[in-house]
Design a protein around this ligand. Structure first.
Ligand SMILES: [Zn+2]
Length: 209
């Protein structure tokens, strides 16, 4: 046995970049059909609002109504699709370690804090963070639809009364989506006290092939 000629094999595993959305901010980016987007909650109990637009025609966008109709549920999770206003599949939810998301409530906005919290001070909001980041893609405020609210824990009773409870997600929980078309994606780390158990944490996301 000689050790001199043993070939040296270096295995490099390229890990996909983890992107961080700072507390009470947002990010917009594109992904291609067939790619995967993983949105994770690194510290636990943090909501991320997500909106989608067809990158080839921005008039096509995520639709809560179509999605709940075609999926026959208001609690979308692993195995469900997110549909567009043109009745096309935009994403499939392929993994969901927490299993509780919301598709009923609009992104928190400056008016949310005035109406729901009686707070008339300047306050960060998902809607403003969506608007600021989507302006990079020439998408305007009035074009922003109801978001898919990842990790958001909205409960309702048999009479339809709604309550927003802290997310059940714990540190490391994640949801993975597969893109069914080329997409513009905008994500937030939600700014509403009641939606996030009273504290504001970051959100992580990764794009993989
Ligand atoms: Zn929010």
């Amino acid at each position: 046995m000689t050790a001199g000629n043993v070939p040296f094999i270096i295995k490099i595993k390229i890990m996909p970049k983890v992107n961080t959305i700072a507390p009470q901010t947002g990010a917009a980016f594109t992904i291609k059909k067939g790619q995967f987007l993983t949105v994770s909650d690194p510290l636990g109990s943090q909501v991320s609002d997500m909106v989608l637009f067809n990158n080839n025609d921005k008039r096509e966008k995520i639709s809560a109504g179509k999605s709940m109709d075609f999926e026959e549920t208001i609690l979308l999770t692993k195995g469900n699709f997110l549909w567009s206003n043109r009745s096309q599949k935009m994403m499939e939810i392929v993994e969901d370690t927490n299993g509780r998301n919301d598709f009923l409530l609009a992104p928190c906005s400056p008016e949310t804090f005035q109406i729901m919290y009686d707070n008339h001070e300047e306050h960060p909001s998902c809607l403003n963070n969506l608007k600021v980041n989507l302006s990079n893609y020439a998408i305007e405020l009035d074009e922003i639809p109801t978001a898919f609210n990842i990790f958001m824990n909205v409960q309702f009773d048999s009479k339809g009364k709604i309550s927003v409870l802290p997310p059940t997600s714990v540190a490391g929980d994640y949801v993975t989506f597969k893109a069914e078309m080329d997409l513009i994606v905008c994500l937030t780390a939600c700014s509403a006290e009641d939606s996030n158990g009273g504290t504001f944490k970051p959100i992580h996301y990764q794009i993989t092939d």
